[in-house]
Design a protein around this ligand. Structure first.
Ligand code: G1P
Length: 304
C-alpha cells in the first residue's frame, strides 16, 4: 500500500494482458508464431501494449498465455547470446533495442489451460492481482501512443471508484463486433456512466453505438462475479457479462464508467487494420517516415 492512499483507493500498479488466443485470422503466419509477436513496423504488436501499460504507471504485467506462446516470454526476457554478439560488434543502438523489451516491466505469466473465453482468462489473473483494482489490456487493440487512454482511465477510476471501461463510437453496422454499452452523460465531457452492457448484439438490439475497446480498469470484485458467470455468447465466459452485473448493482463494487476515446486505435487482429497500423506508424517514424512517405505518395499516384 502506498502511503497516503486510502484503503478504498489503492494505487493501480498491475496490468493483465490476455494472450492465449489462437490468431486464426492470420494463418498461416500464426501457425507456429503467436499472433502477438507479429511485427508492427519493427516491434511485435504486444510490445506496444506493454509499453502502454508502463506509460500509464503499471509496471507489473501479467500475461495470460497458453500453449505455443513461449516466444512471448522470450521476447520480454534477456537474450545474452544476441546481446554479447552486438556488444562485440559495438552496435550500441541495436543493443539498446534488444534490451528495451526486457527492461520494460516486471513480467509474470500464467497459463489459461482451457480456452473458455475472455472472462475466464481474466479470472486466471485472480491469484496474482489479489484485492486491488487492476487494468486489462487486450492485445488486438493497439492504441496510438500519442493518444493516451489508459492513464485517463486510471485517473477516472481513482476519482470515481468502481470500474472503468474504454468506449468508442462506431458505425451501427460495426456494433455486432463489440461489447456494447448503454450510457448516461456525466459532468465530465469524456466520461459516461454505464447502465447496461451486452456482448456483440445484433444491430437492431444494440442499446447504443458505444463499443467497448480493449482497455478496462476493474474493481477486484469482478473475480467474484466471474466465478459464477455462466458461458454467454459463443459458449464462452464473457467479461462483458460480468461487467453487466457490476453495472446493474452499484452496491456490489461501485459504479461502472466509460471513458469515450476519440484517438487513433487499430485492431491488429484484423488484417486490413493491421496493414493500416503499419503504414500509419511507419509514416510517423523519424528514421523511416520521410523515405517511406515519398515512396507511398508515388505508389498511390502512379500505381493506383
Ligand atoms: C473482446 C470483448 C468485446 C470487446 C472487444 C474489443 O471481443 O469480448 O466486448 O468489444 O474485445 O476488441 P473479441 O474481439 O476478443 O472477440
Amino acid at each position: 500500500m502506498v502511503t497516503g492512499m486510502t484503503e478504498s483507493h489503492p494505487k493501480i500498479t498491475k496490468a493483465v494482458i490476455p494472450a492465449a488466443g489462437l490468431g486464426t485470422r492470420f494463418l498461416p503466419a500464426t501457425k507456429a508464431t503467436p499472433k502477438e509477436m507479429l511485427p508492427v513496423v519493427d516491434k511485435p504488436a504486444i510490445q506496444y501494449v506493454v509499453e502502454e501499460a508502463v506509460a500509464a504507471g503499471l509496471n507489473d504485467v501479467l500475461m495470460v498465455t497458453g500453449r505455443n506462446k513461449r516466444p512471448l516470454e522470450d521476447h520480454f526476457d534477456r537474450n545474452y547470446e544476441l546481446e554479447s554478439a552486438l556488444e562485440k560488434k559495438g552496435d550500441e543502438s541495436r543493443l539498446a533495442r534488444v534490451r528495451e523489451s526486457s527492461d520494460l516491466a516486471t513480467m509474470h505469466y500464467v497459463r489459461q489451460g482451457d480456452p473458455r473465453g475472455l472472462g475466464h482468462a481474466v479470472l486466471c489473473a485472480a491469484p496474482h492481482v489479489g484485492r486491488e483494482p487492476f487494468a486489462v489490456l487486450l492485445g488486438d487493440d493497439l492504441i496510438d501512443p500519442r493518444d493516451p487512454l489508459l492513464s485517463r482511465m486510471v485517473d477516472v477510476q481513482e476519482q470515481r471508484g468502481g470500474s472503468v471501461i474504454a468506449l468508442m463510437e462506431v458505425a451501427p453496422e460495426q456494433i455486432h463486433l463489440y461489447g456494447c454499452a448503454a450510457v448516461e452523460a456525466t459532468d465530465d465531457g469524456d466520461v459516461v456512466k454505464v447502465t447496461d452492457l451486452v456482448e456483440k448484439p445484433e444491430r437492431a438490439d444494440a442499446p447504443s453505438n458505444y463499443a467497448i475497446i480493449g482497455r478496462y480498469v476493474l474493481d477486484p470484485h469482478i473475480f467474484d462475479v466471474l466465478r459464477t458467470t455462466e458461458p454467454g455468447r459463443g459458449g464462452e465466459i464473457q467479461l462483458t457479462d460480468a461487467l453487466q452485473q457490476l453495472a446493474a448493482d452499484e452496491k456490489v463494487a461501485g459504479p461502472v464508467h466509460g471513458v469515450v476515446f476519440q484517438g487513433r486505435r487499430y485492431d491488429t487482429g484484423d488484417r486490413g487494420d493491421y496493414l493500416r497500423a503499419i503504414v500509419r506508424l511507419a509514416c510517423e517514424r523519424e528514421d523511416l517516415g520521410p523515405d517511406f512517405k515519398a515512396w507511398l505518395r508515388s505508389y498511390v499516384t502512379e500505381e493506383m
